[in-house]
Ligand binder design. Structure first.
Ligand SMILES: Nc1ncnc2c1ncn2[C@@H]1O[C@H](COP(=O)(O)OP(=O)(O)O)[C@@H](O)[C@H]1O
Ligand SMILES: [Mg+2]
Length: 375
């Protein structure tokens, strides 16, 4: 029998969970300084004092969520006196929903399903924190979802001024934003700005070498030895850089492994990776399209509806203006944002005045984009 073939009940995966997107690895490579900054902000809480607020920003897939969860895990293992609560603002996007999560974490059960007023919910939380001398730290992940619903001021205000209603309450907020072009401070009222004052922690894009390192680590723990060659790793790294999101690479490893198993092979081939990329590249698209504002989706829709893969910026603006009544400056900002999210590619015609003469093209099949924008 050919020993390179896999029997039906054999697998090349040592630990498949290393390729799940919500898997939190033991080591976050190349994020030492960001983790140290987070620890520094939280530090006072460990000594029973009010922590500093923090503001983590960086493109999708730069390890923000993972870094915060890592530090929260450490805090929970170290002490009961600090209560870290992680909120996914896409899921819990109202002040009430967020405080209900805090309540649940604090008491171990959700607030009564018959419903209690926000005021009551708030005061029960605040009282408990003071009585038990616990410091609350709330991470608001993907806080742009609160910016869309305009809940952001109320949420931050209630958290950061808790001590005014309940003297002795100590609260810190870590906000997380996957967008380098949005300025969160601009969206806050002056009253909230004056109490928030966060330490900014920047998560830069990973370099090619860093991406290779991170993927190598997953391969080492996720697959059995010698399943993935250096050549294959190189291919995955290259595609991950192209997509600009580590999620794509991690998902690609899983799919490529499954492709190899389907061929009953003990090794992942370059073709397995290529086939995997066709599916995995949409992991990024799925993830970022959800975070777009309505007007940004309109821009994509204009390109899709034109039936062309690319449009001149002037042509695109005409379509956009008709749908939204917004001016060129807003349009221009949104196009730039779409570019940083790798949803459009910009190039210059070399003619005309700057900005007006750019070509805006879609790096994805327009049908795939259309399927994901609900307008
Ligand atoms: N430094 C790192 N080391 C190992 N895995 C990482 C690292 N940074 C990100 N990842 C992985 O990449 C994926 C995206 O990371 P995540 O923390 O969710 O990014 P973000 O919140 O910035 O979008 C996750 O599966 C995560 O485990
Ligand atoms: Mg995240």
């Amino acid at each position: 029998m050919n020993k390179d073939l896999l029997l039906w009940d054999q697998t090349i995966f040592r630990e498949e969970q290393y390729f799940e997107l919500d898997f939190l690895p033991e080591n976050l490579l190349h994020r030492e300084s960001q983790i140290r900054s987070l620890q520094f902000s939280i530090g006072p809480a460990l000594r029973g004092a009010t922590p500093l607020n923090a503001y983590c920003r960086g493109a999708p897939g730069t390890g923000k969520t993972s870094a915060v969860l890592k530090v929260f895990e450490e805090v929970e293992n170290a002490t009961q006196k600090v209560l870290p609560v992680y909120i996914n603002c896409q899921v819990d996007s109202t002040r009430y929903a967020i405080f209900a999560q805090i309540f649940k974490k604090l008491f171990g059960y959700p607030p009564p399903s018959s419903g209690i007023s926000f005021k009551k919910l708030f005061s029960q939380i605040a009282k408990h924190l003071v009585e038990k001398k616990r410091v609350l730290i709330v991470a608001l992940d993907d806080i742009n979802y609160l910016m869309m619903s305009k809940e952001i001021d109320d949420v931050l205000y209630s958290l950061l001024r808790m001590h005014e209603v309940q003297p002795g309450a100590k609260v810190g907020v870590i906000s997380i934003l996957s967008d380098m072009t949005l300025d969160m401070a601009k969206d806050l009222s002056p009253q909230v700005q004056s109490v928030f004052l966060p330490e900014e922690i920047v998560f830069p894009q990973y370099s090619v070498d860093e991406i290779r390192d991170i993927l190598k680590y997953r391969i080492k723990y996720g697959f059995f030895p010698n399943v993935v060659s250096d050549e294959v790793l190189e291919k995955v790294t290259q595609y991950t850089c192209e997509a600009g999101d580590l999620r794509v690479g991690i998902n690609m490893l899983k799919r490529a492994g499954l492709n190899a198993e389907r061929r009953a092979s003990r090794n992942v081939s370059v073709e397995d990776v290529e086939k995997a990329y066709e599916g995995s590249r949409y992991v990024h698209l799925n993830y970022v399209v959800r975070s777009l504002k309505k007007e940004e989706k309109m821009i994509l829709k204009c390109i899709v509806d034109s039936g062309k893969q690319e449009l001149m910026s002037g042509e695109l603006y005409d379509c956009f203006k008709e749908k939204t009544n917004l001016g060129y400056t807003s349009f221009y900002e949104m196009v730039n944002r779409l570019e940083t999210l790798k949803l459009v590619t910009l190039s210059s015609t070399g003619k005309g005045t700057r900005g007006q003469s750019r070509i805006i093209s879609l790096p994805y099949d327009p049908k795939e984009i259309e399927r994901r924008i609900d307008l």
